[in-house]
Design a protein around this ligand. Structure first.
Ligand code: HEC
Ligand code: HEC
Length: 187
């Protein structure tokens, strides 16, 4: 009896240790190596404030979809007053926290594969304001007819990634997870 209890306790402790190690290893190179499968894509949003404030009008774009320079340009009081024609103002402390989170997790600071590609494509210091303006993203969507995007009531514009990428909120944009609304067979 006692032996079994000890066994269970040891197993639990082991499980906790493993989970703890994972949590610790999320960041940086070792995290990238350990979580190799997951790091094929883009790091999911982990910040609640960012998720709430930036997920109100559109899907909360992962910071790893743009370089730090872009977030610097987008996430300041003046820019947010005219954010693509909308007013997305917020109080100073919230803005600071969101700005810092975005910059710390930007494409150029991430080990995730798609972020690495975006970082490489913007390495010359380019700071595009739109993810859809990145050459890498443009190239991937060049062949989708307009009627499936702008002319599609279920999408509106290419900016609404999560309309077609069913696992966008997990940072997954793999072609296997794409389903264009109203065009189940893509033709
Ligand atoms: C009040 C509504 C609103 C809020 C809040 C908002 N946005 Fe936006 N955002 C928009 C609109 C509208 C667009 C343009 C969409 C389009 O062109 O179809 C946009 C576009 C963007 C784009 C460019 C997408 C592309 O086309 O590649 C980024 C990046 C972006 N927002 C980031 C953010 C971040 C980060 C936050 C949080 C600080 C935020 N937004 C909060 C309304 C908002
Ligand atoms: C109208 C639907 C639609 C929208 C909106 C959309 N995509 Fe896509 N996306 C696609 C399709 C279709 C493909 C190509 C799938 C294929 O080649 O089979 C694709 C491909 C991709 C790929 C390449 C996947 C790969 O493994 O090659 C990435 C990355 C991507 N999209 C990111 C985004 C991001 C980020 C946004 C938002 C800024 C977005 N997409 C918006 C439909 C969409």
């Amino acid at each position: 009896m006692m032996r079994n209890k000890l066994k269970v306790a040891a197993l639990l402790a082991g499980a906790l240790l493993v989970n703890g190690a994972y949590a610790e290893a999320e960041e940086g190179f070792w995290g990238w190596l350990i979580n190799f499968e997951r790091t094929k894509e883009v790091k999911p949003v982990t910040d609640k404030l960012y998720q709430e404030e930036c997920g109100e009008c559109h899907f909360a774009y992962q910071p790893g979809l743009l370089p730090a320079k872009s977030w610097e340009k987008l996430l300041n009081a003046e820019a947010l007053r005219d954010h693509f024609g909308d007013n997305a103002e917020m109080d100073k402390d919230t803005l600071r926290a969101i700005h810092d989170y975005a910059v710390e997790n930007s494409a150029d600071k991430s080990w995730y594969k798609r972020s690495r590609k975006i970082a490489a494509a913007t390495a010359e210091g380019a700071a595009p304001l739109r993810i859809t303006g990145l050459r890498y993203i443009e190239r991937k969507h060049r062949d989708i007819p307009e009627k499936m995007v702008k002319g599609n009531k279920g999408v509106k514009s290419l900016s609404y990634c999560d309309k077609c990428h069913t696992q966008a909120s997990k940072g997954v944009f793999d072609t296997d997870t794409v389903a264009i609304p109203n065009y189940p067979n893509r033709d």
